[in-house]
Design a protein around this ligand. Structure first.
Ligand SMILES: [Fe+2]
Ligand SMILES: [Fe+2]
Length: 193
């Protein structure tokens, strides 16, 4: 079985991504692994998922469209309106093809890192949250609260991020993916356990 060590993945990503994106990638990997320590999730899976979540971001939109075709990802519907989501759809395929990631939990965490999805696993939530609040992210209203919640309550933190994202996209008049809305409703209505 082919397997790439974390160091090899990092070296490859460093050449595939622009420096600021690579910095963000490391920020997500370290933040996700710290959160994994707090919530009893596999630290190495969290680190690998953090590393790989934006592995498709080094490609232009045109190249991403070609990759969607290669991996039979439908370009109709949601991706027509929100092409910036293509990198999320491509990520699990590219991670498995080019970075030899075979762990289904890692792949599913990177497959919903932007929109979230209903009933996420703790690892999926961790990558979703770390992507939003890693230390290199520029300061936005509410970020301090999100950063605190990230180490206290995954569901509350997920809900807060989705609420902020929907408010932000609405203010900017940008398209909101229906998965973002349905994920928000799910976490808003989820009973505390
Ligand atoms: Fe992303
Ligand atoms: Fe990201």
């Amino acid at each position: 079985m082919i397997y790439m060590e974390v160091q090899q993945i990092e070296e490859k990503l460093k050449t595939a991504l622009k420096p600021s994106r690579y910095r963000h990638t490391l920020g997500v990997a370290y933040t996700a692994s710290c959160m994994a320590m707090v919530f009893g999730v596999d630290v190495h899976k969290a680190y690998r998922a953090g590393l790989l979540h934006d592995c498709a971001k080094g490609f232009s939109m045109e190249e991403q469209r070609a990759l969607c075709k290669r991996y039979n990802i439908s370009l109709e519907g949601t991706l027509t309106k929100s092409p910036q989501l293509m990198h999320q759809e491509i990520a699990p395929f590219l991670a498995s093809d080019e970075y030899k990631e075979q762990d289904s939990e890692v792949l599913s965490a990177i497959a919903c890192h932007t929109t979230g999805k209903i009933g996420m696993t703790p690892l999926e939530q961790i990558v979703f949250i770390a992507d939003y609040m890693e230390p290199n992210r520029k300061m936005i209203p509410g970020l301090s609260k999100v950063r605190k919640l990230a180490f206290e309550d995954l569901d509350k933190c997920t809900k807060t991020i989705l609420k902020n994202t929907i408010e932000y996209l609405t203010e900017c008049g940008q398209e909101i993916d229906e998965r973002t809305v349905e994920t928000y409703k799910y976490y808003r209505d989820k009973k505390e356990n």
